[in-house]
Design a protein around this ligand. Structure first.
Ligand SMILES: O=c1[nH]c(=O)n([C@H]2C[C@H](O)[C@@H](COP(=O)(O)O)O2)cc1CO
Ligand SMILES: [Zn+2]
Length: 174
């Protein structure tokens, strides 16, 4: 290896981003597609061969016109966004077009720690690991239930810190 920390003696570049940074960058890019004004979440599912299987973000079902559904919260369930949004992790699973068996043992990179509903979905498709950025709901009942589900199902989880700059955003309308 050369003295240069950035490449080997053969000229191969060494200062590439890690797999964690790569897959989480994809999740962060997906997150930026979310129309949710309060919390945007992105998810990227990768297998043990470092192949991306699927990507998702939190949004309404495709056939549901997101211009006409509420993006705020409300005491009226009909006016509360939570009742219309599909979560990022669920979308990543649902967007996969191959056999769900392929998701067994995969790693889900997600920008927010999964809620307990997503934890159940990830457990049921056999995900092996969750890698997350933020965990702002860790101290809620939902956070505790979610950890209990993941722990009970033998799904490991770890936090990563990733510093990436992706595009400028703000132009997309659909
Ligand atoms: O695991 C998750 N995945 C996910 O996509 N979400 C989405 C659902 C909502 O659109 C948003 C949460 O909104 P809020 O933080 O305002 O309650 O994040 C939320 C969680 C965790 O709560
Ligand atoms: Zn969820």
């Amino acid at each position: 290896m050369s003295d240069d920390l950035h490449q080997t003696s053969s000229g191969k570049r060494l200062d590439v981003i890690s797999w964690d940074e790569f897959f989480m960058s994809v999740a962060i890019a997906a997150q930026r597609r979310s129309k949710d004004p309060n919390t945007q979440v992105g998810a990227c599912i990768a297998n043990t061969n470092h192949r991306i299987l699927s990507v998702g973000y939190n949004g309404t079902p495709s056939a549901l016109n997101d211009d006409f559904f509420p993006w705020g919260t409300s005491d009226d369930p009909l006016q509360d966004k939570h009742n219309y949004v599909v979560h990022a992790e669920a979308n990543a699973v649902l967007n996969y077009r191959g056999s769900l068996k392929d998701l067994e043992g995969s790693t889900v990179y997600v920008t927010l720690f999964p809620c307990h509903d997503c934890a159940k979905i990830l457990a049921q498709v056999g995900v092996g690991e969750v890698v997350y950025l933020d965990n702002k709901y860790a101290d809620t009942d939902d956070g505790r239930i979610s950890r209990r589900i993941l722990d009970s199902c033998g799904i490991s989880y770890r936090q990563v810190i990733v510093d990436v700059q992706i595009g400028t955003g703000g132009q997309a309308r659909q």
